[in-house]
Design a protein around this ligand. Structure first.
Ligand code: G3I
Length: 300
């Protein structure tokens, strides 16, 4: 097939992009979006600060613009992210203990209920593990409400939207390392105790090389009985960019439970990074990395 989405669909997968509501009026941007992608993720519009700017007052205007763009395209819509230590509204940052726990669970319930039946996958909890060699949880206001905050969030999300796949999402998990092993152990424990979790998101914000255990890491999560989604892929531009994009694509295709890939933006100029990490240049032209991905999807 000749587009990313149609090529991924040949093996039952999706190929998505993170999109910003404020860019939907840009005709080059929306042309590429609607032509190439069959999944969308809200880059910022469904986060806690965006959806509950003051406690108990929910605003879905921009989140709904992302949702409706996805629906109009016939695309899957990924929800990102119900709970995260960053991009919390100021009022939540100033809470702690039971008040914060109750506010967080209420947030999960309200947002997942608003979007019930329309979201393919929710990133229920984002980036809750520490970097480095500890394999432990990251310290945060949410973590300080008790170690069970993550499972409480997943249970609330399942109750609010039983049809959505529920993901744990994190970065620096691009191989078998202490952080990804900490997450692996949490998922294994959740599966053993019946905590509702369906998938693990590997963000995959990558530099100039790909960890040699990237595919093996995807496989070990799949072997726990969860799907894996590549959720925020971008790769530093340099000699290896196209090769790394191709290798990530092949690794996902090699694991049956790796169900889709999302790039974190469309053109280099849409990226949160300044190292031209995406598949289209600032003018909207396809880069070598695009061709590498397309060829890999069609070889699968
Ligand atoms: O919307 C305001 C605008 O009104 C204001 O004038 C402007 C001034 O700074 O800020 C705008 O908000 C910015 C927002 O992006 C929209 O552009 C925020 O400051 C900025 O912090 C925010 O950055 C986002 C970042 O998450 C926040 O942590 C990036 O766009 C977004 O790509 C990035 O995405 C994260 C994922 O959610 C989780 N994984 C890592 C990934 C990259 O950091």
């Amino acid at each position: 097939a000749s587009t990313l989405g149609a090529s991924a669909a040949q093996t039952g997968r999706y190929y998505g992009a993170a999109i910003a509501a404020g860019r939907l009026g840009d005709s080059t941007y929306t042309r590429i979006l609607t032509t190439e992608f069959n999944s969308v993720t809200a880059e910022n519009e469904m986060k806690w600060d965006a959806t509950e700017p003051s406690q108990g007052r929910f605003t879905y205007t921009n989140g709904d613009r992302i949702l409706n763009q996805g629906i109009a395209m016939g695309a899957k819509v990924r929800g990102h992210a119900l709970l995260w230590h960053q991009q919390q509204p100021g009022w939540a940052q100033s809470l702690s203990g039971t008040a914060l726990r109750n506010a967080a669970i209420n947030h999960v319930t309200q947002v997942a209920t608003h979007y019930r039946g329309k979201i393919h996958t929710w990133d229920v909890v984002n980036e809750a593990f520490a970097d480095g060699g500890s394999g432990a949880r990251r310290d945060s206001n949410l973590q300080r409400t008790g170690n069970d905050w993550i499972e409480a969030a997943f249970r609330a999300a399942r109750t609010a939207d039983p049809a959505a796949k529920l993901c744990y999402n994190d970065y620096n998990t691009d191989g078998i390392n202490a952080k990804s092993t900490g997450i692996y152990n949490m998922v294994r424990d959740f599966k053993a105790r019946g905590v509702p979790i369906d998938c693990v998101g590997l963000q995959s914000h990558l530099g100039t090389s790909l960890d040699s255990t990237y595919q093996a890491n995807i496989q070990r999560f799949a072997d726990l009985g969860v799907d894996v989604q590549i959720t925020e892929l971008d790769v530093q531009q340099g000699g290896n960019q196209a090769n790394i994009y191709g290798a990530v694509t092949r690794a996902c295709l090699a694991v049956a439970r790796c169900t889709g890939i999302t790039v974190w933006g469309i053109r280099d100029t849409d990226s949160w990074r300044n190292d031209n990490p995406l598949l289209f240049d600032g003018s909207g032209n396809k880069k070598a990395a695009y061709t590498s991905v397309l060829n890999a999807l069609n070889a699968g």
